[in-house]
Design a protein around this ligand. Structure first.
Ligand code: PXG
Length: 291
Protein backbone atom coordinates (compact mmCIF):
# COMPACT_ATOMS: atom_id res chain seq x y z
CA UNK A 1 0.00 0.00 0.00
CA UNK A 2 1.29 3.41 -1.00
CA UNK A 3 0.46 6.58 0.87
CA UNK A 4 0.76 10.05 -0.61
CA UNK A 5 2.71 12.10 1.93
CA UNK A 6 3.85 15.64 1.13
CA UNK A 7 4.29 15.10 -2.59
CA UNK A 8 5.65 11.54 -2.56
CA UNK A 9 4.13 8.08 -2.68
CA UNK A 10 5.68 6.11 0.16
CA UNK A 11 5.05 2.59 1.53
CA UNK A 12 2.58 2.50 4.42
CA UNK A 13 5.33 1.51 6.87
CA UNK A 14 7.27 4.65 6.01
CA UNK A 15 4.28 7.00 6.00
CA UNK A 16 4.94 8.74 9.31
CA UNK A 17 4.31 12.24 10.59
CA UNK A 18 6.01 14.15 13.39
CA UNK A 19 4.67 14.22 16.96
CA UNK A 20 5.01 18.00 16.59
CA UNK A 21 2.44 18.09 13.81
CA UNK A 22 -0.32 20.47 14.85
CA UNK A 23 -2.88 18.12 13.33
CA UNK A 24 -2.01 15.75 16.17
CA UNK A 25 -1.27 18.31 18.87
CA UNK A 26 -4.32 20.51 18.34
CA UNK A 27 -6.57 18.89 15.75
CA UNK A 28 -5.54 21.80 13.54
CA UNK A 29 -6.36 20.75 10.02
CA UNK A 30 -9.05 19.60 7.62
CA UNK A 31 -9.98 16.32 5.97
CA UNK A 32 -12.19 14.57 3.43
CA UNK A 33 -13.57 11.08 3.03
CA UNK A 34 -14.29 9.99 -0.54
CA UNK A 35 -15.43 6.69 -2.09
CA UNK A 36 -14.17 4.86 -5.15
CA UNK A 37 -16.79 2.69 -6.83
CA UNK A 38 -15.78 0.38 -9.68
CA UNK A 39 -12.81 2.58 -10.51
CA UNK A 40 -14.75 5.85 -10.40
CA UNK A 41 -14.04 8.41 -7.71
CA UNK A 42 -17.43 9.70 -6.64
CA UNK A 43 -17.87 13.48 -6.72
CA UNK A 44 -14.10 14.01 -6.45
CA UNK A 45 -14.15 17.68 -7.41
CA UNK A 46 -16.96 18.46 -4.95
CA UNK A 47 -15.02 16.83 -2.11
CA UNK A 48 -11.80 18.64 -2.99
CA UNK A 49 -13.68 21.93 -3.26
CA UNK A 50 -15.12 21.38 0.21
CA UNK A 51 -11.60 20.63 1.49
CA UNK A 52 -10.28 23.91 0.07
CA UNK A 53 -13.26 25.83 1.47
CA UNK A 54 -12.70 24.36 4.94
CA UNK A 55 -8.99 25.20 4.68
CA UNK A 56 -9.68 28.75 3.54
CA UNK A 57 -11.94 29.43 6.50
CA UNK A 58 -9.30 28.30 9.00
CA UNK A 59 -6.60 30.21 7.04
CA UNK A 60 -4.72 27.06 6.17
CA UNK A 61 -3.02 27.51 2.84
CA UNK A 62 -2.82 24.15 1.12
CA UNK A 63 0.59 24.06 -0.60
CA UNK A 64 -0.76 22.89 -3.95
CA UNK A 65 -3.51 23.94 -6.31
CA UNK A 66 -6.95 22.32 -6.27
CA UNK A 67 -6.24 20.80 -9.70
CA UNK A 68 -2.96 19.30 -8.44
CA UNK A 69 -4.80 17.85 -5.44
CA UNK A 70 -7.29 16.21 -7.78
CA UNK A 71 -4.40 14.76 -9.82
CA UNK A 72 -2.59 13.55 -6.71
CA UNK A 73 -5.75 11.83 -5.48
CA UNK A 74 -6.33 10.07 -8.81
CA UNK A 75 -2.64 9.02 -8.92
CA UNK A 76 -2.78 7.60 -5.40
CA UNK A 77 -5.86 5.54 -6.24
CA UNK A 78 -4.21 4.29 -9.46
CA UNK A 79 -0.93 3.48 -7.70
CA UNK A 80 -2.80 1.32 -5.18
CA UNK A 81 -4.84 -0.47 -7.85
CA UNK A 82 -7.95 -0.13 -5.71
CA UNK A 83 -11.17 -0.06 -7.75
CA UNK A 84 -13.45 0.00 -4.70
CA UNK A 85 -12.40 1.75 -1.56
CA UNK A 86 -12.15 4.79 0.51
CA UNK A 87 -9.91 7.83 0.18
CA UNK A 88 -8.93 9.79 3.26
CA UNK A 89 -7.42 13.17 2.52
CA UNK A 90 -5.85 15.07 5.39
CA UNK A 91 -4.23 18.48 5.36
CA UNK A 92 -2.88 19.53 8.73
CA UNK A 93 -1.25 22.78 9.78
CA UNK A 94 2.05 20.92 9.75
CA UNK A 95 5.01 20.65 12.10
CA UNK A 96 5.51 23.46 14.61
CA UNK A 97 6.52 23.93 18.23
CA UNK A 98 4.44 23.25 21.35
CA UNK A 99 2.24 26.29 21.08
CA UNK A 100 -1.08 26.66 19.32
CA UNK A 101 0.05 29.55 17.14
CA UNK A 102 -0.13 28.34 13.53
CA UNK A 103 2.57 30.91 12.69
CA UNK A 104 4.99 28.30 14.11
CA UNK A 105 4.12 25.87 11.35
CA UNK A 106 5.99 26.35 8.10
CA UNK A 107 4.51 23.76 5.77
CA UNK A 108 1.13 22.01 5.96
CA UNK A 109 1.22 18.21 5.94
CA UNK A 110 -0.70 16.66 3.02
CA UNK A 111 -1.76 13.01 3.31
CA UNK A 112 -3.78 10.86 0.92
CA UNK A 113 -4.66 7.35 2.07
CA UNK A 114 -6.50 4.87 -0.14
CA UNK A 115 -7.81 1.91 1.80
CA UNK A 116 -10.89 -0.16 2.55
CA UNK A 117 -13.69 1.19 4.70
CA UNK A 118 -15.64 -0.38 7.55
CA UNK A 119 -19.18 -0.20 6.24
CA UNK A 120 -22.49 -0.56 8.03
CA UNK A 121 -23.65 -4.20 7.95
CA UNK A 122 -25.78 -4.94 4.85
CA UNK A 123 -28.84 -5.78 6.99
CA UNK A 124 -29.08 -2.13 8.07
CA UNK A 125 -30.23 -1.30 4.53
CA UNK A 126 -32.98 -3.94 4.64
CA UNK A 127 -34.18 -3.58 8.22
CA UNK A 128 -33.29 0.04 8.97
CA UNK A 129 -31.73 1.40 12.15
CA UNK A 130 -32.87 3.10 15.33
CA UNK A 131 -31.54 6.44 16.52
CA UNK A 132 -31.48 8.33 19.78
CA UNK A 133 -31.07 12.04 20.32
CA UNK A 134 -27.71 12.81 21.89
CA UNK A 135 -27.49 15.25 24.78
CA UNK A 136 -24.29 16.60 23.19
CA UNK A 137 -25.26 19.55 21.01
CA UNK A 138 -23.64 20.52 17.72
CA UNK A 139 -21.04 23.28 18.11
CA UNK A 140 -22.82 26.54 17.27
CA UNK A 141 -22.02 28.34 14.04
CA UNK A 142 -21.00 31.31 16.19
CA UNK A 143 -18.21 29.25 17.81
CA UNK A 144 -16.91 27.03 15.04
CA UNK A 145 -18.78 26.77 11.78
CA UNK A 146 -19.92 23.13 11.38
CA UNK A 147 -19.46 23.51 7.62
CA UNK A 148 -15.72 23.21 8.25
CA UNK A 149 -14.73 19.56 7.99
CA UNK A 150 -11.95 19.93 10.53
CA UNK A 151 -9.81 17.43 12.41
CA UNK A 152 -11.72 18.40 15.56
CA UNK A 153 -14.43 15.73 15.93
CA UNK A 154 -14.67 15.54 19.71
CA UNK A 155 -18.14 17.04 19.69
CA UNK A 156 -19.37 14.36 17.30
CA UNK A 157 -17.36 11.64 19.05
CA UNK A 158 -19.11 12.47 22.34
CA UNK A 159 -22.46 12.01 20.62
CA UNK A 160 -21.25 8.76 19.02
CA UNK A 161 -20.34 7.46 22.50
CA UNK A 162 -23.89 8.27 23.62
CA UNK A 163 -25.27 6.30 20.66
CA UNK A 164 -23.08 3.28 21.48
CA UNK A 165 -24.09 3.40 25.13
CA UNK A 166 -27.73 3.41 24.07
CA UNK A 167 -27.12 0.40 21.81
CA UNK A 168 -27.82 2.18 18.52
CA UNK A 169 -25.41 2.88 15.64
CA UNK A 170 -25.99 6.62 15.31
CA UNK A 171 -27.28 9.61 17.25
CA UNK A 172 -29.10 12.77 16.27
CA UNK A 173 -27.37 15.98 17.22
CA UNK A 174 -29.44 19.09 17.92
CA UNK A 175 -28.16 22.63 17.54
CA UNK A 176 -28.08 25.12 20.42
CA UNK A 177 -31.68 26.05 19.65
CA UNK A 178 -32.87 22.48 20.07
CA UNK A 179 -33.49 21.94 16.39
CA UNK A 180 -32.17 18.96 14.45
CA UNK A 181 -28.72 19.48 12.89
CA UNK A 182 -27.46 16.09 11.70
CA UNK A 183 -26.03 12.82 13.01
CA UNK A 184 -22.45 12.29 14.20
CA UNK A 185 -20.99 11.55 10.74
CA UNK A 186 -24.08 11.57 8.54
CA UNK A 187 -26.74 14.00 7.42
CA UNK A 188 -30.39 13.38 8.18
CA UNK A 189 -33.49 13.52 5.97
CA UNK A 190 -37.22 13.08 6.40
CA UNK A 191 -39.97 12.52 3.88
CA UNK A 192 -43.45 13.89 4.51
CA UNK A 193 -46.33 14.89 2.23
CA UNK A 194 -44.21 14.59 -0.92
CA UNK A 195 -41.47 16.76 0.57
CA UNK A 196 -37.88 15.72 1.05
CA UNK A 197 -36.62 17.70 4.01
CA UNK A 198 -33.17 18.12 5.53
CA UNK A 199 -31.79 20.68 7.99
CA UNK A 200 -30.25 23.72 6.34
CA UNK A 201 -26.46 23.94 6.73
CA UNK A 202 -26.90 27.05 8.91
CA UNK A 203 -28.72 24.76 11.35
CA UNK A 204 -25.44 22.99 12.14
CA UNK A 205 -25.17 20.43 9.36
CA UNK A 206 -22.10 19.66 7.31
CA UNK A 207 -22.82 20.32 3.61
CA UNK A 208 -22.65 16.63 2.83
CA UNK A 209 -21.79 15.52 -0.68
CA UNK A 210 -24.21 12.61 -0.34
CA UNK A 211 -26.81 15.05 1.00
CA UNK A 212 -26.41 17.22 -2.13
CA UNK A 213 -26.67 14.13 -4.35
CA UNK A 214 -29.85 12.99 -2.58
CA UNK A 215 -31.40 16.45 -2.94
CA UNK A 216 -30.75 16.18 -6.72
CA UNK A 217 -32.03 12.60 -6.99
CA UNK A 218 -35.10 13.42 -4.89
CA UNK A 219 -36.03 16.17 -7.28
CA UNK A 220 -35.64 13.83 -10.27
CA UNK A 221 -37.85 11.26 -8.57
CA UNK A 222 -40.56 13.88 -8.01
CA UNK A 223 -40.09 15.00 -4.44
CA UNK A 224 -39.97 18.63 -3.46
CA UNK A 225 -36.55 19.02 -1.80
CA UNK A 226 -36.26 21.60 0.97
CA UNK A 227 -33.35 22.64 3.17
CA UNK A 228 -35.15 23.86 6.23
CA UNK A 229 -35.53 23.91 10.00
CA UNK A 230 -36.61 20.69 11.66
CA UNK A 231 -37.54 19.84 15.23
CA UNK A 232 -37.69 16.39 16.78
CA UNK A 233 -41.48 16.65 16.36
CA UNK A 234 -40.94 16.64 12.58
CA UNK A 235 -38.85 13.48 12.85
CA UNK A 236 -41.23 11.65 15.17
CA UNK A 237 -44.13 12.39 12.81
CA UNK A 238 -42.33 11.83 9.49
CA UNK A 239 -43.47 9.21 6.99
CA UNK A 240 -39.84 8.24 6.37
CA UNK A 241 -36.44 9.09 7.75
CA UNK A 242 -32.93 8.21 6.59
CA UNK A 243 -29.24 9.07 6.95
CA UNK A 244 -26.81 10.01 4.22
CA UNK A 245 -23.03 9.97 4.17
CA UNK A 246 -20.00 8.84 2.22
CA UNK A 247 -19.68 5.68 4.31
CA UNK A 248 -23.38 5.14 5.00
CA UNK A 249 -24.71 6.04 1.53
CA UNK A 250 -28.45 6.00 2.40
CA UNK A 251 -29.55 4.14 5.53
CA UNK A 252 -33.24 3.87 6.47
CA UNK A 253 -34.21 4.95 10.00
CA UNK A 254 -37.17 3.12 11.52
CA UNK A 255 -37.19 4.43 15.07
CA UNK A 256 -36.19 7.69 16.75
CA UNK A 257 -36.13 7.92 20.56
CA UNK A 258 -38.54 5.00 20.83
CA UNK A 259 -41.03 6.37 18.29
CA UNK A 260 -41.55 4.17 15.23
CA UNK A 261 -41.18 6.15 12.01
CA UNK A 262 -44.01 5.65 9.50
CA UNK A 263 -45.06 2.03 9.84
CA UNK A 264 -41.79 1.18 11.59
CA UNK A 265 -40.16 -0.36 8.51
CA UNK A 266 -37.86 1.20 5.86
CA UNK A 267 -39.88 3.53 3.64
CA UNK A 268 -40.55 3.03 -0.08
CA UNK A 269 -39.19 6.50 -0.95
CA UNK A 270 -35.96 5.77 0.89
CA UNK A 271 -35.65 2.53 -1.08
CA UNK A 272 -36.14 4.36 -4.39
CA UNK A 273 -33.52 6.92 -3.45
CA UNK A 274 -31.05 4.21 -2.44
CA UNK A 275 -31.54 2.36 -5.76
CA UNK A 276 -31.13 5.61 -7.72
CA UNK A 277 -28.01 6.41 -5.69
CA UNK A 278 -26.46 3.00 -6.31
CA UNK A 279 -27.08 3.34 -10.05
CA UNK A 280 -25.44 6.75 -10.06
CA UNK A 281 -22.28 5.95 -8.08
CA UNK A 282 -20.92 3.37 -10.51
CA UNK A 283 -21.25 5.64 -13.54
CA UNK A 284 -20.93 9.17 -12.26
CA UNK A 285 -17.39 9.83 -11.12
CA UNK A 286 -13.84 10.57 -12.15
CA UNK A 287 -12.64 7.40 -13.89
CA UNK A 288 -9.20 6.25 -12.78
CA UNK A 289 -6.87 4.79 -15.41
CA UNK A 290 -5.31 1.77 -13.69
CA UNK A 291 -1.92 0.70 -14.91
N1 PXG B 1 -21.96 15.18 8.78
C1 PXG B 1 -20.74 15.01 9.34
C2 PXG B 1 -20.45 15.63 10.63
C3 PXG B 1 -19.78 14.25 8.65
O1 PXG B 1 -18.58 14.08 9.17
C4 PXG B 1 -21.40 13.88 6.88
C5 PXG B 1 -22.29 14.65 7.59
C6 PXG B 1 -21.78 13.34 5.53
O2 PXG B 1 -21.11 14.04 4.49
P1 PXG B 1 -20.72 13.34 3.12
O3 PXG B 1 -20.02 14.41 2.34
O4 PXG B 1 -19.84 12.19 3.47
O5 PXG B 1 -21.97 12.91 2.47
C7 PXG B 1 -20.11 13.68 7.39
C8 PXG B 1 -19.12 12.85 6.65
C9 PXG B 1 -15.11 8.77 8.73
C10 PXG B 1 -15.91 9.43 7.71
O6 PXG B 1 -14.09 8.19 8.37
C11 PXG B 1 -16.71 10.50 8.06
C12 PXG B 1 -17.45 11.12 7.10
C13 PXG B 1 -17.41 10.70 5.81
C14 PXG B 1 -16.62 9.63 5.49
C15 PXG B 1 -15.86 8.98 6.44
O7 PXG B 1 -15.48 8.76 9.90
N2 PXG B 1 -18.21 12.17 7.47
Amino acid sequence: MLIYLNGKLVPKEEAKVSVYDHGLLYGDGVFEGIRVYEGNIFRLREHIERLYESARTIMLEIPMSLEKMIEATVETVAANGRKDGYIRLVVSRGVGDLGIDPANCDVPTVIIIVDGIALYPPEFYDTGISLITASTRRIPLECLDPRIKSLNYLNNIQAKIEARRAGVPEAIMLNQNGRVAECTADNLFVIKDGKLLTPDVTEGALPGITRATVLELGKQIGYEPQETRLGLHDLYNAEECFLTGTGAEIVPVINVDGRGIGDGTPGAGTGRLLRAFRELIVTDGVAVAFR
